[in-house]
Design a protein around this ligand. Structure first.
Ligand code: ZN
Length: 132
């Protein structure tokens, strides 16, 4: 389990090094890795960690599902926009593992997306071996 303390209402955190560490701890060389966020207002995406792009992502999510539009869920805790943004982005990614590392392209990173922070968050990493 990866623990993340986010610092802002919305934020993108590059968790690639933490996922790589979990794979090393598993000792698995060949397989698949499931990265899964255990919350309803966060997401996991694979993309470039460039600061302009991550800000563009958060800005676009805010325009697709802006806060304070009279959502029914806001009767409960006033964060329907964050749930909707999380549903659009998805809450998990499956990544191949080869030679004990994630198979990622040059610019690909595993990104945790906070949509209703700041909070303490948990991301689970499950590594499954595949025998040749
Ligand atoms: Zn809610």
């Amino acid at each position: 389990m990866i623990d993340i303390n986010t610092e802002k209402p919305t934020q993108v955190v590059d968790i690639t090094p933490m996922v790589e560490e979990a794979i090393k701890e598993s000792g698995i060389e060949e397989g698949i890795c499931l990265v899964y966020t255990n919350h309803t207002t966060t997401s996991i995406v694979i993309n470039e960690a460039e600061s302009g792009l991550t800000q563009d992502l958060l800005s676009r999510m805010a325009s697709l599902a802006p806060p304070s539009e009279g959502y029914l869920h806001n009767r409960i805790d006033d964060n329907a926009h964050a749930h909707l943004q999380a549903a659009l982005l998805g809450n998990s990614q499956v990544i191949p593992v080869r030679e004990g590392s994630l198979v990622l392209g040059t610019w690909q990173k595993v990104l945790f997306v906070e949509l209703d922070g700041p909070r303490h968050r948990k991301v689970s990493v499950t590594v499954m071996a595949i025998s040749e």
